[in-house]
Design a protein around this ligand. Structure first.
Ligand code: GTP
Length: 454
């Protein structure tokens, strides 16, 4: 659909003002027309009434030629409101008497004028002329031989004319007054209508504009939107409340959803980095940390050691008491190791019963001491499961991180080989890499064989 450039506000103004303006124009025109017509008609009627009264009254004066009578008659006519001049003519059009500044009419013009005819012969003047007729005297006629009823009417003839002029200025002034009063009323009415229309249009267009802004903000991604509820109309007020409720609900749902996503993401991140059974960092984290350690040892001289810890004869617990017991034992051993290592050390579970311990910032001898203390703790740990007691051990393979390695997998291989050697040479002991020298020179580190289930 084609869009118009008119705003909602302007449309509402148009709807309110256009009919009012049209109606006002129509009504004003009608009132003015009717008012002017009525004033004109009233003036004409007055003129006619005066000449109708004057014509029969002047009959005697015209017949008798008594000008004094005619003058006093005209004087009486002049007393009438708006009469500015008056005159009487005989049947030949000769002026017999006049009052005021009369515009004398030619006999020709008089003869053409019928009774009650009016005309504007001069500006601001309305002239009314009526013939003076003589109907004869009925008493005298009856005395005449051969008189018949109705004969006097037949002999009525025009013996002169009365001519009255009315001043049209008061009437014009009244017309002007009506015109200006009407215009003033219409102007005030239209002004009031405009003020009311503007207020009404605003009461609709402003809340709608606020709603449009709110929707726009939401469309741009700002969900926490609330518009002020100032609408005065019931429907718009309900719309504002509804919008705010809806926006709040959407915002809340979005927030809840975002929290769930964050939780799920955090859980996934945690699960991606931790062993689900013991909660220790998993193999992936271990590899990262080992990388960091190797880099730190080369760059900052931050030396340390890697210990591979493989539990001895763990399988017996699984086989005799089931996997639940094995799981419980793994969790307890993980806790035990965590409690015994330092804050800067990193302990990870990297396999079934295998743990990796990265010792940071320590000398080879300190690392050896820590590893052996750990081994001894595991060896002396008494695991109890439904009345049965188990004592397991741990074989520990150690490789130093002293800045001489560039590849972390070399250290891994070394620690793995040392651990294997610890297993092979009887379990429950710490073997460090390089193997031969360490193994031969450190008999003290060799512990007793791993304990069997008791
Ligand atoms: N309960 C339990 N057992 C596991 C889990 N992961 C691996 N295992 C078991 O742990 C055992 C590890 O095998 P081994 O290391 O050969 O068993 P071991 O008795 O410790 O043998 P040595 O290391 O030679 O002393 C296997 O039987 C696996 O099934 C686990 O998450 N829970």
């Amino acid at each position: 659909m084609k869009r118009s450039g008119l705003t909602l506000h302007n449309r509402l103004l148009l709807v309110a003002l256009l009919p009012a303006a049209l109606l006002a124009t129509l009504v004003t025109t009608l009132v003015l027309y009717r008012g002017a017509e009525t004033l004109d008609r009233t003036l004409h009627e007055r003129g006619n009434a005066i000449v109708s009264f004057l014509a029969p009254a002047a009959e005697y004066g015209v017949i008798s030629g008594n000008r004094a009578t005619l003058q006093s008659l005209l004087q009486a006519a002049m007393a009438q409101r708006e009469v500015s001049a008056a005159a009487v003519y005989d049947d030949r059009g000769t002026l017999l008497a006049s009052r005021g500044r009369i515009g004398v009419l030619e006999p020709e013009a008089l003869r053409k004028i019928q009774e009650g005819a009016t005309s504007h012969f001069a500006p601001d003047t309305l002239a009314v002329v009526a013939p003076i007729t003589s109907g004869g005297i009925a008493i005298d006629d009856e005395l005449v031989d051969g008189w018949q009823p109705g004969a006097s009417q037949q002999r009525a003839s025009t013996i002169g004319w009365v001519h009255v002029e009315l001043d049209t200025r008061p009437s014009s002034r009244e017309k002007a007054f009506i015109i200006w009063t009407s215009f003033a009323i219409v102007a005030v009415g239209l002004l009031l209508t405009a003020v009311i229309a503007v207020r009404l249009a605003r009461s609709v267009s402003r809340p709608v504009a606020r709603l449009v802004r709110g929707v726009g903000q939401m469309a741009n991604g700002a969900l926490d939107v609330a518009i002020p509820e100032h609408a005065t109309s019931q429907e718009l007020s309900a719309l504002e409340r509804g919008f705010n409720t809806m926006a709040h609900a959407i915002s809340e749902n979005h927030r809840t959803l975002q929290l769930r996503i964050d939780d799920a993401t955090a859980l996934l991140a945690y699960q991606a980095q931790h062993d689900p059974l013991t909660g220790l960092p998993n193999r992936r984290v271990f590899e990262q940390k080992l990388d960091e350690c190797v880099v730190a040892s080369r760059r900052a001289g931050d030396h340390g050691a890697l210990c591979f810890i493989d539990l001895d004869r763990f399988k017996i617990v699984n086989d005799t008491c089931g996997h639940a017991a094995g799981d419980d034992l793994l969790m307890r051993i993980a806790l035990l190791i965590q409690q015994r290592v330092r804050e800067q050390d990193i302990i990870c579970r990297i396999g079934g019963d295998e743990f990796a311990l990265i010792l940071r910032g320590c000398s080879p001898s300190d690392a050896l001491d820590i590893a052996d203390e750990l081994r001894a703790s595991i060896a002396s740990f008494d695991f109890e499961w439904h009345g049965r007691h188990f004592s397991i051990g741990a074989s520990v393979g150690m490789a130093y991180i002293d800045g001489s390695h560039t590849d972390p997998s070399d250290i891994l291989i070394a620690a793995d080989a040392a651990c294997y050697e610890a297993k092979r040479s009887g379990r429950n002991r710490v073997v460090r890499y390089p193997l031969e020298a360490e193994h031969q020179n450190s008999p003290a580190l060799e512990g007793p064989d791993s304990a069997e289930a008791v």
